[in-house]
Design a protein around this ligand. Structure first.
Ligand SMILES: [Ca+2]
Ligand SMILES: [Ca+2]
Length: 266
């Protein structure tokens, strides 16, 4: 380093407490490096010390005040009450053979108590009327123990090669409902009845409902918009609400390859 003034800059943001920053420096002159003094040495008073004041923002937030999510909820629904939280939704078996019923389970909870849980289902696409069936937490509907918060219900068997879209809807004691997916039936869960040939190789199936299959096939080939679909892995596990589109650069899409984006939870 050469002799002369140097400027030291730093970035800091005030969060709480004092706004004062004391910057200490130490320098040694001469041809040889000298070891630094022991930790804790008081440097104040030397020529490289500086006291800096951080700016405290005028807007310190609104601790304890109502947040916008809650306010928007009340504006939208006229109530602070949220519908039940639905999670861990599964259907079994993941790739059901034709004609056999499919068991659906879901964990449902609500601080106000859960009054009703239903599974809604229909063939081929989300467009149209759904049938529905009640789900129970009584230990007698493939739901594990009674009263453990896991509900079980059943979708009847369908003929071979039918896509079945479904979603779960729960209502709490005050009467507020919520679906899974939350934007059902715009997005749904999905499986296909098919007597898959099982091979020693990995097998997986990418499913779209009838409507979105038509959209994928009918739209311009280079569209990168992801369509809502399901991914069935080796008849062992279903991944719902994956995003599906054709894969690769537009010019390379002569053979059919898919890009599948999994939801963050998986
Ligand atoms: Ca509630
Ligand atoms: Ca249960």
């Amino acid at each position: 380093m050469t002799a002369g003034p140097y400027t030291v800059t730093l970035w800091a943001r005030w969060l709480r407490g004092t706004s004062l920053i004391i910057a200490h420096g130490e320098y040694a002159s001469g041809p040889h490096w000298t070891p630094p003094p022991p930790f804790g040495t008081n440097f104040s008073g030397n020529s490289m010390a500086a006291a800096l004041r951080m700016t405290i923002p005028l807007d310190l937030g609104t601790p304890g005040a109502e947040n916008t999510v809650r306010r928007n909820l009340r504006d939208d629904t006229g109530s602070d009450n949220l519908g039940p939280v639905i999670s861990e939704v599964e259907h079994s078996p993941p790739a059901p053979p034709s004609g056999l019923p499919v068991d659906v389970t879901a964990r449902v909870s609500d601080a106000d108590g859960v009054s009703e849980v239903r599974v809604h289902y229909r063939e081929q696409s989300r467009l149209g009327e759904f049938s529905s069936d009640t789900m129970f937490d009584d230990g007698a509907h493939g739901d594990g123990a009674a009263g453990d918060g896991v509900y079980g219900g059943r979708i009847p068997g369908f003929p071979d090669s039918r896509r079945v879209v479904f979603y779960v809807e729960a209502t709490d004691q005050p009467g507020t409902g919520r679906g899974f997916p939350v934007d059902a039936p715009e997005r749904t869960l999905l499986y296909v009845t098919q007597n898959f040939m099982h091979t020693p190789l990995d097998s997986h199936h990418i499913l779209l409902d009838e409507d979105r299959t038509a959209e994928l096939n009918g739209r311009r080939v280079h569209s990168n918009d992801l369509l809502d679909g399901a991914f069935i892995f080796e008849d062992e596990r279903a991944y719902y609400n994956v995003g599906v589109r054709y894969r690769g650069s537009p010019s390379g899409r002569k053979t059919v390859q898919y890009r599948v984006r999994f939801p963050k939870d998986d």
